[in-house]
Write a protein that binds this ligand. Structure first.
Ligand code: ADP
Ligand code: MG
Length: 244
C-alpha cells in the first residue's frame, strides 16, 4: 500500500472511547472553520450502525456534519463506507460480505483535501478499534492517511488513564498527537477531579488541552441538532492552533 500525500491540513479525530463526542467536536470544529472563512470538510471513512433509509444506509455522523457545518457534500461524499451492524468495522464488514479498502478511503480523503484547507477525519470508536483485521486498527488508518490526532476525552473520573493511554499508544505507534479536547463538561457539577484533570493530562502527556467544551442541552447528534455548538466551540477551543 502506498502512503497518501497530504495536501490540506488534516486531523484524525479519535476518542478515548466510543460516544465521547467525536462527532460533536468534528462537526462543531468544521463549522467554526467555515464560519471564519476557512474551507473545511469532515469525513467519516467508515460508519457502523448505519441508518436505513429509502436511499440505502446513511451515516448519522455525516448527517450531523452537514447540519453543524452547513456542508453541501452529500453524506456519501463524507462517508464512503457504511455498514448496518453497530459493531467494530472489521466485523460489521465481514457480516455484510464487504471488504474495507484503505486505498479507497485514502482516495476519498484526498478528494476532500484537494477542495479544502482543513479536513477532519473521524475514526470509529477509539484508537485500537480494528478496521481491517486484528492487525490494522484506527491507529494504522491515521498513519496511512498521514494525519496527526485530535483526542476527544471525557471530563470525569477515569479520563486521566484513558487519555494518557490513548496519547502514549499513538505516540509509540509513531503518530503525532496535536491536541486533546475535553467534551461535555458540566461546570455546575464539576468535581475536584474534573476541575484538575486537564492540568494533569497536559502535564503527563505534554500535549495541549485545546479546549473544554461544555455539555450543551441543545445539541444532539441523533436529532441532527447543532444548536449553539459552533459558537461555543469557537469561544472555548483554540481552533486557530489547528491552522498553524
Ligand atoms: N457537548 C455535548 N453536549 C451535549 N451532548 C453531547 C455533547 N457531546 C456529545 N453529546 C451527545 O453524546 C452522544 C455521543 O456523542 P457523539 O459525538 O456521537 O460521540 P462519538 O462520535 O464519539 O461516538 C450523542 O448523543 C451526542 O449528541
Ligand atoms: Mg461518531
Amino acid at each position: 500500500m502506498k502512503q497518501s500525500v497530504n495536501i490540506a491540513r488534516g486531523y484524525f479525530v479519535t476518542g478515548t472511547d466510543t460516544s465521547v463526542g467525536k462527532t460533536v467536536i468534528t462537526g462543531g470544529l468544521t463549522g467554526v472553520f467555515r464560519k471564519n472563512g476557512v474551507r473545511a470538510a469532515a469525513l467519516k471513512p467508515v460508519q457502523t450502525g448505519g441508518i436505513e433509509s429509502e436511499d440505502g444506509l446513511l451515516s448519522e455522523d455525516a448527517l450531523f456534519y452537514r447540519a453543524a457545518a452547513g456542508l453541501s457534500y452529500s453524506s456519501r461524499e463524507m462517508n464512503p463506507c457504511c455498514f448496518r451492524q453497530p459493531l467494530s468495522p472489521n466485523l460489521a464488514a465481514r457480516l455484510s460480505g464487504e471488504a474495507i479498502d484503505p486505498e479507497f478511503l485514502a482516495e476519498t480523503y484526498q478528494r476532500l483535501a484537494g477542495e479544502n484547507e482543513v479536513v477532519l477525519v473521524e475514526g470509529a470508536g477509539g484508537i485500537c478499534v480494528p478496521l481491517l483485521d486484528y492487525h490494522f486498527t484506527m491507529a494504522d488508518l491515521a498513519r496511512f492517511l498521514g494525519l496527526p490526532l485530535l483526542v476527544v476525552a471525557r471530563p470525569g473520573l477515569g479520563t486521566i488513564n484513558h487519555t494518557v493511554l490513548t496519547v502514549r499508544y499513538a505516540q509509540r505507534e509513531g503518530i503525532e498527537v496535536k491536541g486533546i479536547i475535553i467534551n461535555s463538561y458540566r461546570e455546575e457539577q464539576a468535581t475536584l477531579a474534573e476541575r484538575t484533570n486537564p492540568e494533569v493530562i497536559e502535564g503527563m502527556t505534554g500535549v495541549p488541552v485545546l479546549g473544554i467544551v461544555p455539555y450543551l442541552p441543545d445539541v444532539s447528534v441523533e436529532s441532527g441538532q447543532a444548536g449553539s455548538l459552533v459558537e461555543v466551540i469557537e469561544a472555548q477551543v483554540n481552533w486557530r492552533s489547528l491552522l498553524l
